[in-house]
Ligand binder design. Structure first.
Ligand SMILES: [Fe+2]
Length: 247
């Protein structure tokens, strides 16, 4: 059972983004464990999601909560997440792409979420909220997504590192045919929604990292067989997990 003996904070108002920075000095008593920690929290929307999330984690954690000190930066990724948290409905795809068109969104800021797998491209959860989730996808050379659509969702993608090859498909006489193939380099942004059908692949010799934002959650999407066009429905266990835990 923990108790917070002391909590003080100072706030400063930074123009023009109207982001508040809070430095909180916390003294926490975990019975036979006692210590102090300084956190810098920030929030830019009325829901104060991030503040609530950090405090929730703080009281939930057992000794070892010191690692929370890492949550201290007011950077473009955190600002993007706060912006996404402010929506109570699907985010417009053009708005999403405009937000992702920000060169300060870098591999360095996403480093904690960049993890590769030898087996297949990896999906690493960056953040989620009522109307979105954000994933950092990591692709080794040759790894590719299935061919899929985006039923009911907007999906914005920013290439962080490497070269992504996007193949778009369309229906022709009942068959799925390639419509276009586009190479996207680091810093480029693209978007898909609803009936758009595509595949993303790492055709390069180096690793590929991409940031994907889906709004709302993308679930029960259709996957297509390249040769026959046969469709299967994919129910994403990650979405089920997020839905059950809430935002
Ligand atoms: Fe997609």
């Amino acid at each position: 059972m923990c108790s917070m003996r002391n909590l003080c904070h100072r706030m400063q108002h930074r123009e023009p983004r109207r982001i508040f920075v809070v430095t909180a000095h916390l003294s926490v008593d975990y019975g036979d464990h006692y210590g102090a920690i300084t956190l810098e929290l920030f929030f830019g929307n009325p829901a104060r999601y991030r503040e609530a999330e950090i405090l929730r984690n703080l009281v939930r954690r057992q000794p070892g909560y010191w690692s929370l000190g890492r949550v201290n930066s007011m950077n473009s990724v955190n600002q993007l997440v706060d912006w996404l948290q402010s929506f109570d409905e699907r985010v417009d795809l053009d708005e999403l792409k405009a937000k992702l068109d920000d060169d300060s969104i870098s591999a360095e800021l996403l480093a904690d979420h960049i993890h590769f797998s030898d087996e297949h491209y990896s999906r690493n959860l960056l953040a989620h909220g009522p109307q979105f989730y954000a994933l950092v996808l990591c692709w080794k050379p040759g790894q590719a997504s299935p061919i899929h659509d985006h039923k009911g969702a907007s999906c914005g993608v920013r290439v962080i590192e490497g070269v992504a090859t996007e193949t778009s498909f369309r229906w022709q006489a009942g068959r799925l045919v390639e419509d276009s193939v586009t190479s996207m380099h680091a810093g480029e942004v693209c978007g898909s929604f609803d009936d758009d059908i595509h595949e993303i692949r790492n055709n390069g010799e180096g690793n590929l990292v991409t940031l994907h934002i889906y709004s709302p959650y993308l679930d029960n999407i259709n996957l297509y067989d390249r040769d026959t066009g046969a469709m299967t429905v994919f129910s994403d266990p990650m979405v089920a997990s997020l839905s059950s835990t809430g935002s």
